[in-house]
Design a protein around this ligand. Structure first.
Ligand code: PMP
Length: 443
């Protein structure tokens, strides 16, 4: 192991990233875009933890908000009580969400938000007597979480179809990945193909059997897949025509990563029926997530005489007051200048990383806002995927670590999604280290 790596740690599951990883870096502190490892080495936090430390590490305003809330009211049951920060956050999110998405069901993170959205779909269809309308459509390359149902929607190569049960209710469409579209196919033809594939699925299964289409506006863990221009709008329209809920999984794209609070409408011009969120809502300082639900949908629940109509299901830590307090302060920071900063530096971020395409190992650099992916290929003629064996992945990681950058290699890709406060100079430094780290790996 390189000298900079601490000795392997013995940690309990479910530190899920640990499975298969023999060594993990022990981090001892963080400040802004940096973290400090056990050897005192300062590293740029390239993935912002897991796409979540949006306002950066060691933010005093967030720390104060958490402490103040813990000293005021440390916990309340979300079932029979509420709290000032949870009410205020619900109101703030409703005001910022598109269209009539003005009800929020708080959860503890992204997986539980996706689960809740789909349970709500099925529950509402049941109370309306549409008991067969429960199939869920997701895409290859998607990632929606690690609980049973959410994971059944995932479409990354390594988590394909090994779970029975929930998987039988899920249908998967092609990833809208322009880089991997069939050779010779234009972008317009690719977009048509994707939309037609969904139309054909609806025809084959029957609209009365499909309950929801779940999609990340940009597939994040699947490799920052930015879909063709009109794709999301056309998929949304197909959902509306067939009374299928369009659920935007904005666990990564919301709260600033693309320069707005929610990206579906601001960035893609789409008004979903539900939005799931987590991660950046608290900049990762406290576990919190939720589902934004439309007034239309909420009315279905409210008018039902089913005993469970208000969906009083839940999680002990739903709408945790400390999480909601930190989320409110986080929102204030994002709107107090960070969103403007993201919009100002995004082009520079993308261009700076685009330089890596000069490296023979790099097939494509793509992205939007402050999320980007460097995809490695076997060669630039075939663009065949390069499945980095663990040694090569480790070497990129180790070289970058030596040079001062934390990376999270995803099999054949490196994803960069730093804290949103990153400056132009720091962006250049980050891109430069990644360039040198990959170049050293090819030597
Ligand atoms: N949806 C998306 C798009 C995600 O990226 C993730 C987490 N990476 C999840 C859902 C699951 O969120 P959590 O890990 O908070 O359960």
């Amino acid at each position: 192991a390189p000298a900079s790596q601490p000795a392997p740690l013995v940690q309990p599951w479910p530190t899920a990233g640990a499975i298969g990883a023999e060594e993990r870096g022990l981090l001892q502190s963080g400040d802004g875009i940096y973290v400090v490892d056990a050897h005192g080495r300062q590293l740029i936090d390239g993935p912002a933890g897991m796409w979540c430390v949006n306002v950066g590490h060691r933010n005093a305003a967030l720390a104060d908000a958490m402490r103040d809330q813990a000293m005021a009211l440390s916990y309340n049951s979300p079932w029979y009580t509420t709290s000032q920060p949870s009410d205020a956050l619900a109101e703030a999110l409703a005001a910022r969400a598109p269209g009539d998405l003005n009800h929020v069901f708080f959860t503890t993170g992204g997986s539980s938000a996706v689960e809740t959205a789909l349970r709500l779909m099925q529950f509402a269809n049941n109370v309306r007597g549409r008991t067969e309308k429960k199939l869920m459509v997701s895409r290859q390359g998607g990632y929606h979480g690690s609980t049973y149902l959410a994971a059944s929607l995932n479409g990354r190569p390594r988590d394909q179809d090994w779970m029975d049960g929930a998987g039988s209710l899920v249908r998967k469409l092609t990833s809208p990945d322009p880089f991997r579209r069939p050779a010779g196919m234009s972008m317009a033809a690719f977009e048509d193909f994707l939309v037609e594939e969904f139309r054909a699925l609806i025809a084959a299964e029957g609209a009365d059997r499909i309950g929801a289409f779940v999609a990340e506006p940009i597939q994040a863990s699947g490799g920052v897949i930015v879909p063709p221009e009109g794709y999301l709008k056309r998929m949304r329209a197909l959902c509306a025509e067939n009374d299928i809920l369009f659920i935007a999984d904005e666990v990564v794209t919301a709260f600033g990563r693309l320069g707005s609070i929610f990206a579906s409408q601001d960035v893609f011009g789409v008004e979903p029926d539900m939005i799931t969120f987590a991660k950046g809502v608290t900049s990762g300082y406290f576990p919190l997530g939720g589902v934004m639900v439309s007034a239309r949908f909420f009315e279905v629940l409210r008018q039902s005489n089913h005993p469970d109509a208000m969906f009083a299901h839940g999680l002990t830590y739903s709408s945790h007051p400390i999480g909601c307090a930190v989320a409110l302060k986080n929102l204030e920071l994002l709107e107090g200048g960070i969103l403007d900063h993201v919009n100002a530096v995004s082009d520079h971020f993308q261009q700076s990383l685009k330089r890596l395409e000069a490296l023979p190992l790099v097939g494509e650099v793509r992205g939007k806002g402050l999320m980007a992916c460097v995809e490695c290929v076997a060669d630039r003629v075939s663009n065949n995927p390069l499945t980095l064996d663990l040694e090569v992945g480790k070497r990129i990681d180790a070289h970058c670590h030596e040079l001062g950058l934390l990376v999270r290699p995803l099999i054949n890709m490196c994803v960069m999604s730093p804290p949103l406060t990153i400056t132009r100079e720091q962006i250049d430094e980050m891109a430069d280290i990644l360039y040198r780290g990959i170049a050293m790996t090819m030597d």
